[in-house]
Design a binder for this molecule. Sequence first.
Ligand code: PLP
Length: 390
Amino acid sequence: MKKLNILKISASPTLAINTLAMEKRALGETVFNLSAGEPMISVAPQISKAITQALRDDKTHYPPPPGIPELRKAVSDWMNDWYDCDFTVANTLVVPGGKFGLFALFQMLLKKGDEVLVVAPYWVSYTTIIEFFFGTLKIVESTESSGWKVTATDIEKKITSKTKFIILNNGGNPTGSLYSEKELRQIVACATKHNLLVISDEVYSTLVYDKNKFISCGQFTEYRDNVIIIHSCSKSFAMTGLRVGFVFANTEIIQALSGLVSQSTSGTISIVQWGALAGFQNAQKIIPKINTEMQKRRDVFIKKFNTSFQTKFKPPASGLYAFVSLKTLGWKDTNSEEFCKSAMQYANVAIVPGSAFGKDGYVRFSFGEKPPVLVAGITALAKWLRSKKS
Ligand code: PLP
């Protein structure tokens, strides 16, 4: 047989830890999952009821590729009401998850050699997707002392004639970074000046704590043609497995993406779109409830963390994660992958190495799990680390 020239996509960096976790569970051991990329809560009854009803009502045929009009209207209205945007149905596309939205965008717009600026630490899939479509990754480093944020000036320094996109993850995974209106406006203005597209990943927009305000790049209507927004029901409605996401962009991009969707996925699963619609119709009730619960879990996590490790780690302003240096944990080495393997091996705690996010020497804890799991996980980790010292 002819040698197959198979394009290889890097597997998830958490795979080795997951494998260890599975082996331990098979042996009957308890594993504390502090690596979940999702709020571990049940989907709201309004959503599950709407999905079941859609099934009963025979809404199981091919959906329109860009999404059912009712949902496109509801989600664009929601963006306009909650974040002061100005989107119409024609600016809105329903996709099977925010990740696929990003994948489709790059498939359509990225040409070999185009440079994409990505702020590090970054969500793991950005780099893999860019690599998949032969883009050139350009990192803009952020630091813990700057709240893991970059400025327009940091970005401008990295721009060349080949730069085409910048990906900005406001409500940051893994860091919990949150940008102000002024910071965002300067970044979007800078991108526009250099004719770049800003892909603003806003999937954590509703998980913003302590009465902080989330600012969407969609609010800067004067830069409309340079901004594309990725959104999702995954975190806002705890619907990760149901796979509903959105792209907001100018009509030309939405029409082109819609063509791509019609020739690939044929749209997003019909019945979950009706579930998502029920979510947006009840957004005022469901979203604050999830937000309050996640803020509670964050606070439980941080309190236990700070007492266990005698630190003063600041609660993250957004998201589901605490991005912590190994130094904070009293660990001298900087190899985060080795640390995470050992944490699983000896403390049965699953956490994600910072190297996966482009920042070794750090690890990502998720506070998406229920409080007892968070407390037990930190207790087990602290016990193991103490035993290493004695
Ligand atoms: N963007 C970020 C920063 C994420 O953390 C995730 C998921 O973890 C996504 C996008 C994709 O979300 P989904 O594909 O579930 O909508």
